[in-house]
Design a protein around this ligand. Structure first.
Ligand SMILES: Nc1nc(=O)c2c([nH]1)NC[C@@H]1CN(c3ccc(C(=O)N[C@@H](CCC(=O)O)C(=O)O)cc3)CN21
Ligand SMILES: CC(C)C(=O)C(=O)O
Ligand SMILES: [Mg+2]
Length: 272
């Protein structure tokens, strides 16, 4: 398998836009550390998100709420050091931007300065409009995130599909248009009906990136550990597992344990 568009040396927000303009789907994945980001980048993924899902996947928290701005910057720096080609976007964590546009700007600037990332992502529509406007004014590209917004899980109560009702779908359409109008370069649509994703993606000129949002988004994103089958517990219907690394890793590790116990490892060649 070869990397798509080998002529693209560095993926910018303009390259992401060009992909939508020519009708080519955009591939995106999360990464939280150097070694994984090396692999994801070299495999040809165009956009790498340092997601606040690190709170779940890296730290074992129940929700995305506990992860801090300092911890996001730590993960983002590791990913940036690994990446040669992809666009690196970083989630602003819960509590670093809501309800205070000065703090939002300060948080975004810290991410850009201290990690070297290329863009930030914020959850929400009209509620975070001012924050996004200020971050954009500083020259920082912003990605929106609508639909299921996990930082508001205690408002929603569940991780069920969002915007099934007409009023919520209408608000999502209005928010999406607003995000484009103020200058966001892209918007994530999470766990909404496929038909709504189609409507939004046709209405907007900027690319939509879907997760559990059906086939009509301009691109797709998944959490890398989910795609690789590293964690057995998370299996929503939208997830396709492209490998069973849980089994591969378990077999390798138990083989190692056996070899240590039986003194088969290390052998003479593996000693000095
Ligand atoms: N490993 C991982 N993958 C993700 O995609 C992810 C995270 N973590 N953490 C942050 C958010 C939370 N996300 C989620 C969480 C749950 C569902 C979900 O579908 N959960 C249930 C259904 C719940 C319900 O219908 O009430 C499921 O079917 O597993 C989807 C996306 C997406 N993000
Ligand atoms: C699932 C994606 C869109 C995300 O926000 C995350 O990984 O934190
Ligand atoms: Mg996130």
């Amino acid at each position: 398998m070869s990397v798509h568009n080998p002529d693209i040396k560095r993926v910018t927000t303009h390259v992401i836009q060009e992909l939508k303009n020519k009708g080519e789907k955009i591939s995106a994945l999360t990464a939280y550390d150097y070694s994984m980001a090396r692999v994801v980048d070299a495999a040809g993924v165009e956009l790498i998100l340092v997601g606040d899902s690190a709170s779940n996947v890296m730290a074992g928290h129940e929700t995305t709420l506990p992860i801090t701005l300092d911890q996001m910057i730590y993960h983002a720096g590791a990913v940036v050091r690994a990446v040669k080609r992809a666009l690196v976007v970083v989630d602003l964590p819960f509590g670093s931007y809501q309800g205070n546009s000065s703090e939002a700007l300060r948080s975004a600037i810290r991410i850009m300065k201290e990690s070297g990332a290329h863009a930030v992502k914020l959850e929400g529509g009209l509620e975070v409009r001012e924050s996004i406007v200020r971050i954009l004014s500083a020259g920082v590209p912003v990605m929106g995130h609508l639909g299921l917004t996990p930082q508001s899980i205690y408002k929603f109560g569940t991780y069920a599909v969002r915007a099934k009702e007409d009023t919520e779908a209408q608000k999502l359409m209005t928010d999406a248009q607003m995000l484009q109008d103020i200058g966001c370069f892209s918007v994530v649509l999470e766990k909404i009906p496929a038909a709504l994703t189609k409507q939004v993606s046709e209405m907007l000129t900027i690319p939509t990136i879907g997760i559990g949002a059906g086939p009509h988004a301009d691109g797709q994103i998944l959490v890398i550990h989910d795609l690789l089958g590293i964690n057995k517990e998370f299996k929503p219907r939208f997830l396709r597992r492209y490998a069973d690394l849980h089994s591969v890793m378990t077999d390798a590790i138990s083989h190692y344990v056996d070899d240590v116990k039986s003194r088969e490892f290390p052998n003479e060649q593996e000693a000095y």
